[in-house]
Design a protein around this ligand. Structure first.
Ligand code: SF4
Length: 284
C-alpha cells in the first residue's frame, strides 16, 4: 500500500499542497486501498500536478475539466475509487459549471479543492475565492467582486458530503478524506492551502487566526442541512470539519445500475469472428 512514488514535487517550499498530497496518500492507505484501486484526476494549476505525485492511476487533465474526466472514469469502472482535484480557479471559475452539476449528479467521487484564493501557476491573479479589496496584478486597485462561497453553493446544489479543512492540519484532512472516500456519493472537500509565494494576505498565520473548527461545537449535527447552512454563514465560510453529510441518498451509479448493471470496463466487448467479418464487410 505504497502511494508514494519517486517523483519530486516542484511546488514552492512551504506550499500547502504538500500536505494535501500526504493526506491523500495516508487516507488511501488507511482505508485499505491498493494503488491499482485508486485513480487521481486533476485539472490545471499548481495543484493539478498532484496526480503525478501519487502512486495510483492518474491523469493531469485540462483546465476546469477534472470532474468530467473523473466522472467518465467512474462510470467506465465503478470499482475504482476516484479522487478529482484542482485549485479554486480550476474548480470554481472555469470549472464551476462542471462542479455544480457533478455535485447534484452525486457520483461516488471525492473532489478535493486546494483553495489558495489566488492563481498561483500564472504568478498571482485574483481568483473567485479572493476577498473583496484583494490587490493583485489583475486587480491593482483591489477586487471589486464579491467572494464566491463554495460551501453554500454545494449545499444549494444538493451536495451529500461537504467538508472543509486546512492544509496545516494533516490529521483532520486525512480523516476527512477517509470519510469522503467511504461516503457513497459525491464528496466536496475544500482545503485552505496557502500559496506562500503569491498570496501574502491569506497566510498560514491568517488562517490559524480566522478558522473556526467544528470541534468547538460538540452539539453540531452534520446531518442537518439548515444547521450546516447557518453555521457556514455565521462563520463567513471559515469553518473546518465535516459540515454536512446525507447518507440516505443513493449515488448516481447505484441508481443507474437499475438499467445498466454492468459498467463499461466490465462488459464483454469481444465479437465472435463471424460477426466481426460481417461488420468489416459492411465497410468494404
Ligand atoms: Fe504553491 Fe503558490 Fe508555489 Fe504554486 S506558486 S507551488 S500554489 S506556493
Amino acid at each position: 500500500k505504497e502511494f508514494r512514488n519517486n517523483v519530486k514535487p516542484n511546488w514552492c517550499p512551504g506550499c500547502g499542497d504538500f500536505t494535501v498530497q500526504a493526506s491523500i496518500q495516508r487516507a488511501a492507505a488507511n482505508v485499505g486501498l491498493e494503488p491499482e484501486q485508486l485513480a487521481v484526476i486533476s485539472g490545471i494549476g499548481c495543484s493539478g500536478r498532484i496526480s503525478g505525485y501519487i502512486n495510483a492511476y492518474g491523469l493531469h487533465g485540462i483546465h476546469g475539466r477534472a470532474l468530467p474526466i473523473a466522472q467518465g472514469v467512474k462510470l467506465a469502472n465503478r470499482e475504482l475509487t476516484v479522487i478529482a482535484s484542482g485549485g479554486d480557479g480550476d474548480g470554481f471559475a472555469i470549472g464551476m459549471g462542471h462542479t455544480v452539476h457533478a455535485i447534484r449528479r452525486n457520483l461516488d467521487i471525492t473532489y478535493i479543492v486546494m483553495d489558495n484564493q489566488i492563481y498561483g501557476l500564472t504568478k498571482g491573479q485574483t481568483s473567485p475565492r479572493s476577498a473583496e479589496g484583494f490587490k493583485t496584478k489583475s486587480t491593482p486597485e483591489g477586487s471589486i467582486e464579491t467572494t464566491l462561497s463554495p460551501l453554500e453553493i454545494a449545499l444549494s446544489a444538493g451536495a451529500t458530503f461537504v467538508a472543509q479543512s486546512f492544509s496545516s492540519d494533516l490529521k483532520q484532512l486525512t480523516s476527512l478524506i477517509e470519510q469522503a472516500i467511504q461516503h457513497k456519493g459525491f464528496s466536496l472537500i475544500n482545503v485552505f492551502s496557502p500559496c506562500v509565494t503569491f498570496n501574502k494576505v491569506n497566510t498560514y498565520d491568517w488562517f490559524k487566526e480566522n478558522i473556526v473548527n467544528l470541534e468547538q461545537f460538540p452539539e453540531y449535527d452534520p446531518s442537518n442541512r439548515i444547521a450546516a447552512m447557518t453555521k457556514i454563514m455565521e462563520t463567513n465560510g471559515m469553518l473546518t470539519g465535516l459540515i454536512y453529510q446525507d447518507t440516505t441518498r443513493k449515488s448516481y451509479e447505484d441508481l443507474a445500475a437499475g438499467f445498466k448493471p454492468e459498467a463499461l470496463a466490465k462488459q464483454d466487448l469481444t465479437l465472435p469472428e463471424a460477426e466481426f467479418d460481417k461488420l468489416l464487410a459492411e465497410f468494404r
